[in-house]
Design a protein around this ligand. Sequence first.
Ligand SMILES: Nc1ncnc2c1ncn2[C@@H]1O[C@H](COP(=O)(O)OP(=O)(O)OP(=O)(O)O)[C@@H](O)[C@H]1O
Ligand SMILES: [Mg+2]
Length: 316
Amino acid sequence: MTDSFLWAEKYRPKTFEEFVGQTHILDGVRQLVEQGNLPHVMFAGPAGVGKSTLAIVVARTLFGDRWRQNVLELNASDERGIDVVRTKVKNFARTKAFEVPFKIIFLDECDALTRDAQQALRRTMENFSNSCRFVLSCNFPSKIIDPIQSRCVNYRFKSLTKEDIFALVDRIAKGEGLKLDADAKESLFACCEGDCRRVVNLLQAASTSGKTIDKDKVESLAGLATPQELPEMLSLALKGDLLTARKHLIGMLGAGLSGQDLIKLIQKGVWELDIDDKQKLQLVDRCGECEFRLVEGSDSVIQLEALLAQFGLLRA
Ligand SMILES: Nc1ncnc2c1ncn2[C@@H]1O[C@H](COP(=O)(O)OP(=O)(O)OP(=O)(O)O)[C@@H](O)[C@H]1O
Ligand SMILES: [Mg+2]
């Protein structure tokens, strides 16, 4: 194992055996690879669960040392337009495979491709399927047009279970000489929501201040500990004092919490408020709407302020 600075790279699985979880996918993909063949495939699922990693493991296993010359790796969220498909993908697809039966085009985050680009991709997949196989990866398969989905074998990745995350934590703890008790591991699992990348990054961040890692350290790094300002902000918003509530909001965002971290905390906070159940339901519903908009890329300050305004409107 190379001594990579980023643990997410250092501990990135290089073989099928090194993965934790996803056995429902690994078995099937391994069989395809062992037969030396590969249809177009789509790896869909949440962040940090091994989609990109598996794509590279597939290429390595199929092509050995020659994998780099025969794989084109593109991140569609950097290059979303039709020109990418027209130029880079087609140019690569057109040239001959180098001492292997076919080449692989790995299009990461392809749910970021525009619809036009997806249409162009669909045609490219058809035209070059003899010489090229596509491995597509995405978080939201519903954003991929049907004709592409139907050209691929679809694999749905799952968030990792507690056992899987614990296995990963144990492996890294052993590799790095870290000491974690059961509580620390539980809180790592609670913070990461089944996302391995987040676990590995949290562990690395926690390790900078010593090899012993406890629950408090994990929670404060993950921003999971509820900031003291949060209940105050919610009660001000309920009273209709949006101006002061907003100051707390900006303060917490400035302290490094992301919009999505905050929406989760606000949603939890709603259940603690001294309002009737129907009002709680209304607010939880608004939280869901706000979260969706944030995931879709809306401005966090505008969306969270709008949400706080809903708190004030309850009493109006
Ligand atoms: N199943 C797994 N087993 C072991 N480690 C994993 C697994 N999944 C992810 N990891 C770790 O998390 C890191 C990120 O994984 P990867 O890049 O494959 O995520 P992804 O599913 O492609 O996420 P995204 O949707 O954000 O691109 C890897 O470098 C590796 O360290
Ligand atoms: Mg990825």
